[in-house]
Design a binder for this molecule. Structure first.
Ligand SMILES: [Zn+2]
Ligand SMILES: [Zn+2]
Length: 245
């Protein structure tokens, strides 16, 4: 189940009003989504190097509506050979440099989604990394109520969703309910912090039974205050989102 880029843009606009603390992040995300939509719709080759000529347009967006430091760091990727190195490292999950991850992912996400959309689609696998591209999940998604409720994980790279047991830490495999606390706040009813006391990692889950209009990837960004809260309480996020938070 992949929400299209237009739906993400519309949801980002809607949530910018509901969560003023995240409005700057969301307006930047909206511009990036519009860029990613154009990447997605213009792809015609599986050659990752096809993304290289698109970098200047992305860099321009970051200069216009992103953080200054990120815009400055983007200057390092003007060299096509360097950008190709970054794209490959990012695709293989082998970079932790924030600027490399950011530019790499903005370009690679629509490429990965495009590849996934041509693939087999639904997957029944239930590991803690994406069955399609092996990236880590950026959020969890809850569907269905009560005993029958199901949890899926949402890939941070290709947006594939796959089923994952409710009471199981996607980081360390802890299965003891007592060690897997869930934190909620009345102000944000449909998003929860699912933490693990064993490895101290958390992931946020977007509960579609509480807000059926939610677009998980966008609602995850909009609720940055929950992530900050979790980090202040000693937890580390399983996987940063596109904006690195
Ligand atoms: Zn994936
Ligand atoms: Zn754990």
């Amino acid at each position: 189940v992949t929400a299209g880029f237009d739906a993400r843009i519309a949801r980002a606009n809607e949530l910018a009003e509901r969560y003023p603390a995240a409005s700057e992040l969301l307006s930047f995300y909206r511009d990036l989504s519009a860029f990613q939509k154009s990447v997605f719709t213009n792809l015609h080759s599986t050659d990752l190097r096809g993304l290289i000529p698109l970098f200047p347009a992305l860099h321009e967006i970051v200069r216009r509506s992103g953080p200054q430091t990120l815009a400055d760091l983007g200057g390092g990727f003007d060299d096509p050979a360097e950008l190709e190195r970054v794209l490959n490292a990012c695709w293989q999950g082998q970079t932790s440099d924030p600027a490399e991850r950011f530019y790499g992912r903005v370009l690679l996400q629509p490429y990965a989604e495009w590849l996934a959309s041509r693939g087999s689609g639904e997957s029944n696998e239930s590991g803690s990394t994406c069955p399609f591209c092996s990236a880590r999940p950026v959020a969890a998604v809850l569907r269905g109520e009560g005993e029958g409720a199901k949890r899926s994980l949402l890939c941070s790279m290709c947006s594939t969703e796959w089923l994952f047991r409710r009471v199981l830490c996607p980081s360390c495999g802890e299965e003891d309910k007592e060690k897997l606390p869930v934190y909620t706040t009345p102000e944000i009813e449909h998003v929860r912090v699912e933490a693990c006391e064993t490895c101290k990692v958390f992931i946020k889950s977007i509960d579609l039974t509480r807000d059926g209009r939610a677009i998980p990837v966008v609602d995850e960004i909009a609720t940055v205050t929950l992530s900050i809260w979790a980090e202040e309480h000693g937890y580390v996020k399983l996987e940063p989102n596109l904006l690195g938070v």
